[in-house]
Design a protein around this ligand. Sequence first.
Ligand SMILES: [Zn+2]
Length: 374
Amino acid sequence: MKPNINRERLADCFTALAHISSPSFAEDAVFAYVRSALEALGCEAELQDYGRGKNLIAYLPATDPALPALALAAHADTVEPCAQVRVIRDGDRLSSDGTTILGGDDKAAIAEIIEALAVITENHLPHGRIEVIVTSAEEVGLVGAKHLDMARIQAAYCLVLDSSGEIGSTATASPYHTEFVIEFCGKKAHAGIEPEKGASAIAAQAQVIHDFPTGRLDAHSVANFGSVKGGGANNIVPDHVVLTGEIRSHDKKLLDEHCARLLEACRISEEKFKTKNILTVTPEYDGFSVAPDHPLIAVVRAAAEACGLPFSAFVTGGGSDANIISARGVSCLNLACGMHAVHTNEEYVLISEMEKMSALLVSILCGKIALIKS
Ligand SMILES: [Zn+2]
């Protein structure tokens, strides 16, 4: 099957989306655009308001009820600067004018989904129930996905479109992610006259940094100290420092072990420097891992082959809405969707890659979908 992607319609849709400013929690105009585009294609769409923000949940009813439901997900927000994006087209390439991001992350995905659904409906291609999830505030901690009303999702499988990489490639695993804050409470004293009466919070945090090496901890885990704040005048023993960081691991057991080691480092430092060290660990999201023989992988691989695209699977160190949706019982992959140099003003997309991705989606939704019949 060779779906006929409308290249100019796809480029226009992406450009229109990119021109709408949508920092996290201010995605209403993007939702309005996407909702109207999906409704014009016959989708039922509704906005789920969770207070701080919204998610758009839409579905195209099945034309072949024997085929299973499949969800496609993308996020509506972008990082900043994203006010007054001006899309520059240079042949196949779309970029900003260099003063803002482009927003290919993740508007390339949204445009690709809309184009795929347009091709499916105008060609009357048989398909199962297609659910479209567009989340808010992904960039600031997957907030929309964390509030997603799963009762409105029927699909047992979801393809999140939010990875870099060649079209046809997909992330099949992503780590567990935990953030931590350590507050070091010491005691002030005159550093020149009676330093013995002080307890240095800076010395205590240095001990923890020494005892808990960061970077790549093992084959599955990484850690990083992100910020240190505290201290004051040079003649005062510092009584307060806050150290923050994160630990990620594909293995939950290893993550717990590293957290335990960090706690132990805090205790050793506390004893040595007579400070009070308070460690607060906040799990951000669970990891996910899809086995190589999972039917969802078979579907994407078969669809990629049908489109002449090379399939490949990779493990990512980053998180996405796929982590959240997976943890709530819907199997997810995170597919590459043609974004480049994301989170920079040099960001760009290629129309030819967006075309390939829309074709891949049509092939997934209408071609080999029977493979994942539930
Ligand atoms: Zn993204």
